[in-house]
Design a protein around this ligand. Structure first.
Ligand code: G16
Ligand code: MG
Length: 220
């Protein structure tokens, strides 16, 4: 029985994916690492160091651990600066309504963002009060596609994963949801999200009543 919906943040509720991309793009240029569309897509939903490792696959030289830490910190300083300019207008259209509709339907809500900046982000976006539980990304050791973050969300809500539905914009996130034993709603394009159980073009198309009646309880 569906009892909760667990939302990803970047790319689902807020268009911060473009800000992550911009910050990575600047770093990529500084270290002469090419960052094409396919590589950028793979970095989505993956934690900071994991994203850096993907970027460095095409770097012209190898980096040691201390250097990697510096590169990641440099990217994050820029990203942190960018999100200070955000306000509730930077929520994607329909994002607040989607989360509220879940609450009105009597279900619980959680946020499962791999971002260590998520607490600050939801404060800037004015949505911190909409979630029964927010996974603290700093307590997660295995990045999406590992199930850890979605399992932590279900545990935080006090629910079985099978009673939860996950909503994601990245392939790594869909894989994480499925590995946790939840059904997955994909937000975005079919080519990137082929594994999703339900595919929607954007969060504005999210209709909890439709999902409940059409697909019933999570099939997995
Ligand atoms: C987000 C983004 C990823 C980013 C990650 C870590 O995950 O999609 O691109 O690398 O957070 O962010 P930070 O460097 O701020 O800790 P999600 O799960 O919200 O999509
Ligand atoms: Mg995402």
């Amino acid at each position: 029985e569906l009892k909760a919906v667990v939302f990803d943040l970047d790319g689902v509720l807020a268009d911060t994916a473009v800000l992550h991309r911009a910050a990575w793009q600047q770093l990529a240029a500084e270290i002469d690492a090419p960052l094409d569309e396919a590589t950028a897509e793979r970095m989505k939903g993956v934690d900071r160091m994991g994203s850096l490792e993907i970027l460095l696959e095409h770097a012209p030289r190898r980096y040691g651990d201390a250097e990697k830490a510096e590169l990641a910190a440099r990217k994050n300083a820029r990203y942190a600066e960018l999100i200070e300019h955000l306000d509730p207008n930077n929520l994607l259209p329909g994002a607040r309504a989607a989360v509220e509709s879940v609450r009105h339907a009597g279900l619980k809500t959680a946020l499962a963002s791999a971002s260590r900046n998520a607490p600050r982000l939801i404060e800037r976006l004015g949505i911190a009060d909409l979630f029964d539980y927010v996974v603290d990304a700093s307590h997660i050791t295995h990045s999406k596609p590992d199930p850890e973050i979605y399992l932590a969300a279900a545990a935080g809500l006090g629910l079985a994963p099978a009673d939860c539905l996950g909503v994601e914009d990245a392939a790594a996130g869909i894989a994480s949801i499925h590995a946790a034993g939840m059904a997955a709603v994909g937000i975005g394009r079919a080519d990137a999200l082929a594994e999703a159980d339900v595919l929607l073009p954007n969060i504005a198309a999210f209709d909890i009543d439709r999902i409940r009646t059409k697909s019933g309880p999570p099939a997995r």
